[in-house]
Design a protein around this ligand. Structure first.
Ligand code: IVH
Length: 681
């Protein structure tokens, strides 16, 4: 090749490289900023590799805005300091309820600006992203520097790491100014965080504790190759220094312009008026919060007019024109004081972390379930550890992970006890199961308590007023050992219990009395046979028709029931093979517990098969649910409203318009005792 040829070749390569950079930049913008891909991934990769090859052959063609520069360069010995040309301020934070925070801010702004109550105030409302603040400096449209906030005056140069953030343009588009500093938050989206951790777990590599730490930690990596592997994103929310730009009149206008330069700006922002507008925004975002693909810790309100912002100025290091209005934190740090185990109704042993009390997600949390031993190992939670506790929405608090840097040598491993801490029986864990169990059965007070609570629960025997505290007392005082003992309770026994007012004792006895009449399905469910839930109990009741038939059924007979397989069948056989379980059933029957199917054996021959009932008002002893179950057990239907097609209206106290309508239509109206007579006829 002559030197002329060489020159021509280099020129072609230079042109091709420029073309590739422009194409890759365009596709990257569509993919990472607009979320609307323009080419398949494979095509992007092909163009990328072609550009890489040219740059390897001609290093002089490499430019700082080349997409190949996003993969990270050599590790740094340390970060160099950067003085911010415009200080990076922080922002005043309010954590009050939605109304007071917004009203106080609006009132302050009005006072400072000398506005009266009738003048409108305009605000830009946006999200408070939970990540790491960053200043991006573009000169002639090229990203030349990225710096952390630091102390607000001096930050750290993290340009290499920030270049790896795909949605941050290395080159601006549109009519950008000569110098533009954009401020915003680097964050890790939740789906990216989950995907990253899943991949790390697959490879047995360390996982990130939460998206926030993921973002902050990645940007502070001295090895840019590590940052490049972490999926980070960015939202712009403000400006630093600008040169050669006539600023728009409002903050909203600034963000629109910033978006037009190709930078990501979050779509969840609004220009609103007065305190009411702020309150509405705060509420709207709170409802949206859990469904956003990234974490926020609140919203930010800013006076929209830049002139007014200037007029308001700063106090110490905070602008008077902006305020952050936080939601209660969903994640907090606390320490694990102990790991204890709880014994469930079927003996299941659940490790529970006892935590130093911490206010998270709007409530004080002192416990978090760890589900089972394997979960404790997987999360590597030890007693004494500092952990991140998360409680989002109404979800039960959970331990997200351990802060390993804070682990002290004194932290100790959790050991699954070999005997039940409540009754001393052996704890067993079948080879193929994740759950260890106390073998004490109903001998174990913990299991007995849970069994009683289950027996009394609404979908079972529906005994209102028999709650956890009372069951604890009844079992601890050895007054109640089995569900049958409940029917022997008298006022005296209850009155002797601490803090049991006579009125509520009487109410409880009435509720127990009411529960004597039930349905076979509820009764079977109430027994608490392992693997027999409400639906299975209904199937069993329908199939066998009587408790005696169920108690004597063998494995084959049980598996005739739809949805009953070998596991459920074995549980049932095992349950009735225990003499004490059969005894409880007998005692309950002796105590007068009975069910309507016992009265009319099959639904077909029942007096109410196919008849439609409407229930209205409060019946003296039956709950609405129990009456409905009885009707359905005997083949009747329950409708919500009265019509000519209604066969019977069962009316109790304070029956209203339904009773009137039934009277005007001349329907049969029954009180509870007439209703019972009909069922038993
Ligand atoms: S404005 C002069 N807007 O919150 C006002 N900050 O103390 C400067 N943050 O760590 C901040 N989302 O990174 C502003 N939409 C938003 C924000 C936001 C998150 C962070 C910021 C800084 C802290 C402010």
């Amino acid at each position: 090749m002559t030197s002329g040829d060489l020159f021509a070749q280099t020129t072609t390569d230079a042109l091709r490289a420029a073309e590739l950079r422009a194409d890759l930049e365009r596709h990257g913008y569509a993919y990472y900023v607009l979320d609307a891909p323009t080419v398949p991934d494979a095509e992007y990769d092909r163009l990328f590799r072609e550009l890489q090859a040219i740059e390897v052959a001609h290093p002089e063609l490499r430019t700082p805005d080349s997409p190949t520069q996003r993969v990270g360069g050599k590790p740094l010995p340390g970060f160099s300091p950067v003085s911010h040309r415009v200080p990076m301020l922080s922002i005043r934070t309010e954590t009050d309820t939605e109304a007071t925070g917004a009203i106080a801010f609006d009132a302050r702004v009005r006072r400072e600006l000398g506005l009266d109550a009738t003048a409108a105030t305009e605000y830009a409302a946006e999200l408070k992203f939970d990540g790491l603040a960053i200043n991006l400096r573009y000169e002639a449209g090229i990203l030349v520097q990225a710096a952390t906030r630091g102390d607000g005056e001096t930050g750290e140069d993290v340009t290499q790491n920030v270049r790896t953030v795909r949605c941050i343009p290395l080159r601006l588009r549109g009519a950008f100014p000569a110098v533009l500093e954009v401020r915003g938050e680097i964050y890790m989206a939740r789906p990216d965080f989950e995907r990253y951790n899943a991949r790390q777990r697959e490879r047995d590599l360390p996982t990130l504790v939460n998206p926030r730490n993921g973002a902050a930690g990645s940007i502070r990596q001295l090895d840019p190759a590590i940052a490049a592997r972490r999926p980070l994103s960015f939202f712009a929310y403000g400006l630093g220094e600008t040169v050669g730009w006539e600023l728009p009149a409002t903050h909203g206008g600034v963000l629109d312009a910033v978006a037009s330069f190709g930078l990501p700006v979050c779509e969840h922002r609004a220009v609103v008026s007065d305190a009411e507008g702020l309150i509405a925004f705060h509420e709207r975002i709170r409802a949206l919060r859990d469904s956003l693909p990234f974490d926020i810790d609140g919203v930010v309100y800013k006076v929209n007019s830049l002139v007014l912002q200037q007029q308001l100025g700063f106090v110490t290091r905070e602008p008077r024109w902006a305020v952050a209005h936080k939601y209660p934190a969903e994640e907090m740090l606390t320490t694990v004081e102990a790991i204890e185990v709880q014994v469930g109704r079927t003996g299941a042993i659940t490790p529970v972390a006892r935590l130093a009390p911490v206010f998270v997600g709007g409530v004080t949390v002192t416990n978090a379930t760890l589900h089972n031993e394997a979960e404790v190992r997987r999360k590597d939670v030890r007693i004494g550890d500092t952990v991140i506790v998360r409680r989002a929405g109404d979800v039960i608090p959970e331990i997200v992970g351990v802060v390993l840097e804070k682990r002290r040598p004194a932290s100790t491993d959790f050991l699954l006890p070999s005997v039940c801490p409540v009754c001393g029986s052996t704890i067993e864990r079948p080879e193929d199961e994740a759950i260890a169990r106390c073998t004490g059965g109903l001998f174990c007070p913990a299991q007995r308590k849970q069994a009683l609570l289950h027996f009394a629960s609404r979908r079972a025997m529906d005994i209102e007023g028999l709650g956890e505290k009372l069951v604890d007392q009844l079992v601890d005082a050895a007054i109640v050992k089995t569900p049958a003992d409940l029917y022997k309770l008298g006022l005296l026994a209850l009155a002797n219990l601490e803090r049991k007012a006579e009125k509520s004792a009487a109410n409880l006895l009435a509720a127990i009395e009411k529960s004597r009449v039930t349905t076979l399905a509820r009764f079977i469910f109430a027994l608490g046979i392992r693997n027999v839930g409400e639906a299975t109990a209904k199937d069993l009741a329908r199939h066998f028709g009587s408790i005696d038939a169920l108690m004597t059924a063998n494995l084959d007979q049980l598996q005739q029931v739809p949805d009953v397989g070998p596991v459920v069948a074995a549980s049932i056989v095992r349950f009735f093979a225990e003499a004490h379980n059969v005894e409880v059933v007998e005692q309950l029957r002796a105590a007068g517990v009975h069910w309507v199917e016992g009265i009319a054996h099959s639904a077909a021959s029942s007096p109410i098969a196919g008849k439609t009932f409407v229930l209205t008002g409060t019946l003296p002893t039956l709950t609405r649910d129990a009456a409905k179950d009885m009707i359905e057990a005997l083949g009747g239907k329950v409708a919500g409203s009265v019509s000519k097609k209604t066969d019977y209206v069962v009316a109790g106290a304070e029956a209203g318009s339904k009773l009137e309508k039934a009277q005007s239509l001349g329907l049969v109206i029954l009180d509870e005792s007439q209703f019972r007579e009909l069922l038993e006829s």
